[in-house]
Each structure stands twice: as structure tokens, then as C-alpha cells.
Design a binder for this molecule. Structure first.
Ligand SMILES: Cc1cc2nc3c(=O)[nH]c(=O)nc-3n(C[C@H](O)[C@H](O)[C@H](O)COP(=O)(O)OP(=O)(O)OC[C@H]3O[C@@H](n4cnc5c(N)ncnc54)[C@H](O)[C@@H]3O)c2cc1C
Length: 477
């Protein structure tokens, strides 16, 4: 087969690149995806009751300076228009996360919000308030170069050393240094690192730990920076719209396994799982939208090593179809439901955005469990060796702590192990020259895009990396 450009990998980055090339009239593009469906970590599934996410499930309301993202959200119907007076985007109310949004089970009671409040002593509350005052300062902070200290995409952040040096120490060490010792605050921040990066405060860089909060600068006519957009299928909704923008020439179940450089381009060798045969694709240019552990293998035959050592956090995600959830005291079921001190980062109600006024108690809840207790390779190996029944047992034990008596209500349990779930921004990774070097094209023939190259795995970064690489391809023509 022949194409102008072959994209390997149909995650957010690969699909965003394909959409971008399509918009610029480059139509001879082939995308290879090893799975049955595109989407990567933002893929979705469904049970009889509801669609559900297999990984990514929300997008925070973006910064209005992120024009490429805003244009895409307008295209997908997530933004319905712009307010005439302020120029701010108006978000589709069906897609903004409805109330009630978050609750935390602490001391056997469901409190509102995820920052511990119930039974938290005054001294701890003061520390929590001091931490959020610091975050407010950092949100406004700019470096000597005039850029925001913390921005999304990460690469738009200031190069000022005052901030970048925070990347060299762990978030845990930074918190201790700044006198943030409250066990409640430390639990909450550890939970945040697990939730966003699949790592702990000990394994996340201080810059990244602060970025989680300080980079959120979204604004809208009908939403604030703390609001999020979500769908029953999670970011599978966004994947669907990325794919729809350029649906042709996507080859699923096609695994790229080697590259060969030729005088006028690149050959990609791939295995077509359905036909059970190898195929040879000739292209002028290739975009590897694959995680680093795959990219490095694909590059083995063509290039000097561009090895980038990554911490890929393993995760387990369970989609549980339930016919009811026995409730404890406190706030009723929310979109995001977390238990203080638990191993998982809680569950999300996939049916939360449902407006049907029926008495049907059936729903799908998506439980997220980052395997952050051990080094990622050990946790990954152990996870692969754990049977479905063992996972089910652990997941039910976890759920029983929040909802005693829930087990008989679980009608179906769909479980997925993500061995290399997401990159974690460990100390020293984000602002090391190797990260930027790994994104550089090789001889204007082989290009790279993936959230691994951002050092943070969020939709905005995958989308940015895909467009950045597509722009490089266009500029090289
Ligand atoms: C459990 C979990 C929860 C998450 N939650 C959120 C969230 O709520 N919000 C958010 O913004 N982000 C979330 N993320 C992060 C999410 O990973 C990113 O937002 C984004 O989807 C990553 O896109 P990507 O294109 O960089 O990578 P990937 O999703 O890794 O895409 C790479 C693609 O390449 C394919 N591929 C790999 N090797 C080959 C090969 N040899 N040949 C062909 N194809 C190949 C893969 O199958 C995959 O489709 C979550 C991640 C996980 C694991």
C-alpha cells in the first residue's frame, strides 16, 4: 500500500494529526491502529445499560487562549457559540458536568467536595487554606519571559528557572519544605497525583504537582475554571468527533512492527490481524503517534537511539453495571465519588449526565485504580498475572468499603488492565532536554506525537502534540 503520510497509532494524538492534515487538504493519509477501535486510552465501551469510558473521562473547561482546542470543541458541538458582549465561549449545558459533582466519604459520611473537611482540625484547615492561596498566586504568576509559569500545553509554560527548578524535586519533598504537613492535605494531594498522573507525591515532580492546580485557567460565559466537560462514554465522545473529521483510511487491528528508511521515504511493516498477514506500506513521511516503549522498538532499524526513559503508570479500570447502590449518610451520589484513605481513586457515575426522569436505578459506575504502590514494571507484571476473578474480588472489597452490601447489586463487571496507562511526570523529566529532543523529526521523514512527549497525559496535550507534528509535516513539504 502507498500513502503520502502513514500515522501509526489512533489515540488522541494520532487522530488530532489526521484531522489537521485533512483540514490542510492532505488526504492521502493512512492511520494504523492495533486495537479494534481507535481512541487509545480515551476509548470507550458499553453495557446494556450505558456507554462508559475505558480510560479518560473528562476535559476541564479550557483556557480561551487555546484556540485550536476551542475550534475543535465548536466543531463537536461542545461549544454552542460565543457571547456577543464578552466573546467568551458558551458551553453546551448537556456536556458541562451537572451538579452534584463531587463527594468524599470520610469517617463513614459522604461530605461535599473532595478536599477533606469533616472532622478536620483547625490547624489542618489553615494549612489547606494556605496551600490554595499559594495556588492562586501561582495561577497568576508569570516568568521573566512574560509567559505563564504554568500553562497547558506544558510547552507554553515559562522557561523561568524560578519555576522550572521545581521540577527537580519531588512534590512530597516540596510540601515538606514549605511546611505542608497536614495528613489531610497530604492525603488529598497524593490522591490528586494518583488521579491525574497515576503516581504519588513522592514520585511526581513538584512542578507537575503544582501544575495540576495552577494551570487550570479556563473561562467561559456559562462555566468557570473548575468546571469540567464529561459524557457517559468519557473522552470517547471527543475521540468520536476527532475521527469523524477524517474517517477514511483508518486501518484497525493493524500492528506496525518495523520501519525501514528508503531513498525517497519510509516503509512501514505491519501485521493485519484480521487477514493474518504482514503488509508493507510505503510513505513519504511517517508519524509515530505511539507511546515511547513502542516508538523505541519501531525506530530500532532506522535511527540512532532516541530513548526517553519514561515512567508509565499501570492502571486498572472496572466498569460495573449495577441495579442500585446502597447509600450511606450524607451527600447523594455524585459524578465523582472518592473514599478517604482508599487505594483506588474512587468511581465516576457514567449515567450522571442522564436527564431521564425515570425510577430506573440501573447505572454503570467506572472505578479507577492506579497501581502506584510499587515500581511500575513490578506493578505491571503483577497486574498481568492477576486473573479476572482476583481483580473482581479486590474491586468488590474496595467498593464494599464505600457501599456496604453492594455486591449482589453488581450485574456485570468489565475490567481492563492498562499496563502502560499513562506517563507520570517524575522529578527531572519535564524540563530535561531529552524530552524535547525526542519530539524532533528525523530527517524530515519520521515525526513524533504522543502525550509521552509532553510528560503529562491529558487530552489537551495529546491534541496539541498531534497538531504540532502535523504542522511540522506540512512545513517540511
Ligand atoms: C485510566 C486512565 C484515565 C485517564 N483519564 C483521563 C481523563 O479523565 N482526562 C484526560 O484528559 N486524560 C485522561 N487520561 C490520559 C489519556 O491517556 C490521554 O488523555 C490521551 O488519551 C492519550 O492519547 P495519546 O494519543 O497520547 O496516547 P494513546 O492513548 O496511548 O494512543 C496511542 C495509540 O497507539 C496505538 N498503538 C500502539 N502501538 C501501536 C502499533 N505498534 N501499531 C499500531 N497502533 C499502535 C494504541 O493502541 C493507541 O490507540 C487517562 C488515562 C488512563 C490510562
Amino acid at each position: 500500500m502507498q500513502a503520502e503520510v502513514v500515522i501509526v497509532g489512533g489515540g488522541v494524538a494520532g487522530l488530532a494529526a489526521k484531522r489537521w492534515l485533512h483540514r490542510q487538504e492532505v488526504h492521502e493519509v493512512l492511520l494504523l491502529e492495533l486495537e479494534e477501535q481507535v481512541g487509545g486510552n480515551a476509548a470507550s465501551g458499553h453495557s446494556e445499560v450505558s456507554a462508559y469510558p475505558w480510560g479518560a473521562h473528562y476535559l476541564p473547561v479550557p483556557d480561551t487562549r487555546n484556540q485550536d482546542l476551542l475550534d475543535f470543541l465548536r466543531e463537536a458541538g461542545v461549544i454552542t457559540g460565543y457571547d456577543a458582549a464578552t466573546g467568551l465561549p458558551i458551553y453546551n449545558e448537556y456536556h458541562l458536568c451537572h451538579d452534584p459533582e463531587e463527594r468524599l466519604n470520610i469517617q463513614g459520611y459522604w461530605q461535599s467536595g473532595l478536599v477533606p473537611e469533616l472532622g478536620v482540625p483547625a490547624a489542618d484547615r489553615q494549612q489547606i487554606a494556605r496551600f490554595f492561596a499559594l495556588i492562586e498566586q501561582l495561577r497568576q504568576a508569570k516568568g521573566h519571559d512574560g509567559k505563564d509559569a504554568f500553562a497547558i500545553p506544558v510547552d507554553h509554560s515559562s522557561a523561568d528557572d524560578t519555576f522550572r527548578q521545581l521540577d527537580l524535586l519531588s512534590f512530597g519533598d516540596y510540601l515538606a519544605r514549605e511546611g505542608f504537613t497536614s495528613p489531610y492535605l497530604c492525603w488529598y494531594l497524593d490522591y490528586c497525583c494518583k488521579d491525574d498522573y497515576g503516581a504519588t507525591t513522592a514520585t511526581t515532580s513538584a512542578w507537575a504537582g503544582l501544575h495540576y492546580f495552577a494551570a487550570r485557567k479556563g473561562s467561559a460565559h456559562n462555566a468557570t475554571a473548575s468546571d469540567v466537560l464529561t459524557w457517559p462514554e468519557g473522552n470517547g465522545f471527543l475521540v468520536h468527533h476527532l475521527r469523524r473529521a477524517s474517517p477514511e483510511n483508518i486501518l484497525p487491528q493493524t500492528l506496525a512492527y518495523a520501519l525501514r528508511e528508503t531513498s525517497d521515504g519510509v516503509e512501514v511493516l505491519a501485521y493485519d490481524v484480521r487477514a493474518q498477514q504482514s503488509v508493507q506500506l510505503k510513505a513519504k513521511q511517517v508519524l509515530l503517534a505511539t507511546p515511547q516503549f513502542v516508538t523505541q522498538r519501531l525506530l530500532a532499524g532506522v535511527a540512532e537511539s532516541k530513548a526517553l526513559a519514561c515512567y508509565h503508570a499501570p492502571w486498572v479500570v472496572a466498569n460495573l453495571t449495577v441495579d442500585g447502590l446502597p447509600q450511606g449518610p450524607g451527600r447523594p451520589l455524585c459524578w465523582d465519588n472518592v473514599v478517604y484513605g482508599s487505594k483506588s481513586v474512587g468511581y465516576v457515575n457514567a449515567n450522571h449526565q442522564d436527564l431521564a426522569m425515570t425510577a430506573d436505578e440501573r447505572k454503570v459506575i467506572t472505578l479507577y485504580w492506579p497501581l502506584a504502590d510499587e515500581a511500575p514494571d513490578l506493578a505491571r507484571r503483577a497486574a498481568y498475572q492477576t486473573s479476572y476473578d482476583e481483580w473482581l474480588q479486590r474491586i468488590m472489597a474496595e467498593l464494599e468499603t464505600a457501599h456496604p452490601g453492594v455486591t449482589p447489586h453488581v450485574a456485570q463487571a468489565d475490567i481492563w488492565v492498562w499496563g502502560h496507562g499513562m506517563i507520570a511526570p517524575t522529578p527531572g523529566f519535564l524540563w530535561h532536554s531529552e524530552r524535547l529532543a525526542a519530539a524532533q523529526p528525523l530527517r524530515q521523514k519520521i515525526f513524533f506525537a504522543h502525550t509521552d512527549l509532553s510528560g503529562m497525559s491529558i487530552f489537551e496535550e495529546g491534541f496539541y502534540q498531534g497538531i504540532r507534528a502535523a504542522r511540522e509535516i506540512l512545513a517540511s513539504a
